[in-house]
Design a protein around this ligand. Sequence first.
Ligand SMILES: Cc1cc2nc3c(=O)[nH]c(=O)nc-3n(C[C@H](O)[C@H](O)[C@H](O)COP(=O)(O)O)c2cc1C
Length: 359
Amino acid sequence: MSTSPLFASAQLGSLTLANHVVMAPMTRSRAPGNVPNSLMAEYYGQRATAGLIITEGTSPSPNGLGYIHIPGLYSPEQVEGWKAVTSAVHAKGGRSFVQLMHTGRVGHERNLPEGAEVVAPSAVAASGEMVTAAGKQPHPVPRAMTEADLGKARDEFVQAARNAIAAGFDGVELHGANGYLLEQFLNPASNVRTDAYGGSVEKRCRFVLEVAQAVADAIGGGKVGIRLSPYGVNGGMTPYAEIDPTYTYLTEKLASTGLQYIHVVDHSAMGAPPVSADLKAAMRKAWPRTVIVCGGFDRAKAEAALAEGTADLVAFGRPLLANPDLVTRMAKDLPLNTPDFARLYTPGPQGYTDYPTAG
Ligand SMILES: Cc1cc2nc3c(=O)[nH]c(=O)nc-3n(C[C@H](O)[C@H](O)[C@H](O)COP(=O)(O)O)c2cc1C
């Protein structure tokens, strides 16, 4: 076995991780009825040798279930379903945070349960289309959230975080990236509000900061992280002049909420503009605790990031999707399986729990 720091144990606040390898959150659409199940427990259990698993995006609200067959964490059935996942991970010595993802305007009424609706900071539709049971549909124009809606959504994040702890998770990751509700507040393309939640860098960051503070107050900041994707273009996010000031300000303010980590994803490997080196350095400098990085890493790049001190932990998405034993394979420099891209979001075990291990 290798003596590389990537494979040495790591601290995430008071939590000890077996290594510095994090499983990046990945939506897999294996939760019909929006309730986690035993197949998902098997999938996550297979990957529990990663130091930390961050689950797929999981909605804190019926309104946030924009994609078909994604799980939630607001009902008793969902809490029970997640218990099987956390037990499977803990049984193998792993740790897991659930990613709380409210999809906001990236969704469609057809994917939502009865009574739920597509809401967002402003009545501006996302570009592109959403897969529904009736085929692809253009993104709808969302209903602009009132202040009462904002309070309700914040409370839903808080309750979902409490539910996560009840389900046995070690913590939660707020999804502030990839064009979903929280990022929709940050970006002026999706936030054209003229109240206290839009119109300037400070105001566009306000809802994210309020949610972060409320969740940290509820379960303890040491159990909370946030994912951010500056320069990302998912969900119709478009580059804007104030990206660097936005994320520098946001990181500074998030630091005082007591959150344990920021998880910075650079989507340039997927065709988005790269996050500037200056911004990465500014966010690193402004963050007093753990920094996780993600996006196009392999063993060598991860070791370089740890050695340079640009990251404390490194998240791997596609490599862990296709290699349940990624940690062993990287440590022994064994070849990797490639992901079955046709089965990323299809029902059942194929392309999900049937990737072979090396041994
Ligand atoms: C199938 C798939 C589903 C994804 N779903 C999510 C998600 O639910 N939440 C999220 O923040 N990122 C999601 N991502 C992005 C990954 O977390 C990660 O940032 C991306 O794959 C780049 O890392 P990689 O180069 O190691 O794969 C997803 C990626 C893939 C491939």
